[in-house]
Design a protein around this ligand. Structure first.
Ligand code: NI
Length: 262
């Protein structure tokens, strides 16, 4: 029997950002060498959503997610939602995101954030696509909206950094939890608990590159190759073999982002 080699997936990266201007191609190559066989490139406004599609067209291992994040609502053209709808028809667009609420930066009032969030949840439902959720300092309102507008809809809470109570709320709505660099920090004890307690079929891994580098690379620019460190930490916390965890995360990602299988 041939043992299948481990394959990792980075479900959330921003390779289109200027931090990768000098070495984007090399960063993608490093990911391949680190056995990161798939990368999901996430849009946060219209331009980065278009860039995500361009990357997905350029690299067979990259897929795209299109959406407008709550910190980027202010300069949207009137027809932004129909532009997103048109982009989402692309065969390599696997979800709508990142969308949600951000009360840390609060660049738009709650009402405007909620309206854009709900409009994109409805768009995803209309198109039969999953959603990638951004929620910063906004757990209660995020759950209120998801509970009302996204129950039964497939989705993931990206870069999950909350406690078990918030995790339970997300799981209850039916969402997956995606772990990022902070899972590797020794002080993230509440997060470690979430990683131990979460059901095995709800776990995902991501880098959120270029942000949130895991240990021991904290403070450096993050890149998709580093998702292996997060999978390793997830396996250690759950006391499960790394190949099993990697395989399960891969399966979970294909379950959530069904266009990955097409
Ligand atoms: Ni992001």
């Amino acid at each position: 029997m041939i043992e299948q080699s481990i394959q990792f997936i980075d479900t959330h990266a921003h390779l289109s950002l200027t931090q990768f201007e000098q070495d984007r191609e090399v960063a993608v190559e490093r990911a391949t060498h680190a056995q990161v066989a798939r990368i999901i490139e996430i849009g946060f406004d219209l331009a980065s959503s278009r860039a995500a599609i361009a990357l997905a067209e350029a690299y067979p291992q990259i897929f795209a997610v299109v959406g407008v994040q709550p910190n980027h609502l202010n300069e949207l053209p009137e027809a932004w939602l129909s532009e997103l709808r048109a982009m989402a028809a692309h065969p390599r667009v696997v979800a709508i995101g990142e969308i949600g609420l951000d009360f840390y930066w609060m660049k738009a009032p709650l009402e405007a954030q909620e309206q854009a969030f709900r409009a994109q949840l409805a768009l995803a439902r209309e198109l039969g696509l999953p959603v990638v959720i951004h929620s910063r300092d906004a757990a209660t309102d995020t759950l209120r909206i998801l509970d009302h507008a996204a129950r039964g809809q497939p989705g993931v809470m990206h870069s999950f950094l909350g406690d078990w109570s918030f995790a339970q709320g997300c799981l209850d709505v039916g969402f997956m939890l995606s772990f990022s660099g902070p899972l590797t920090f020794s002080k993230s004890t509440a997060l470690h608990e979430v990683a131990r307690l979460a059901p095995v079929d709800r776990l995902l891994t991501e880098t959120d590159s270029p942000y949130l580098s895991p240990n021991p690379l904290r403070g450096q620019r993050n890149e998709p190759a580093n998702v292996a460190l997060i999978a390793r930490q997830l396996a250690a916390l759950r006391k499960e073999p790394l190949p099993d965890v990697a395989k399960q995360v891969w399966t979970n990602a294909e379950q959530l982002f069904s266009k990955l299988r097409a």
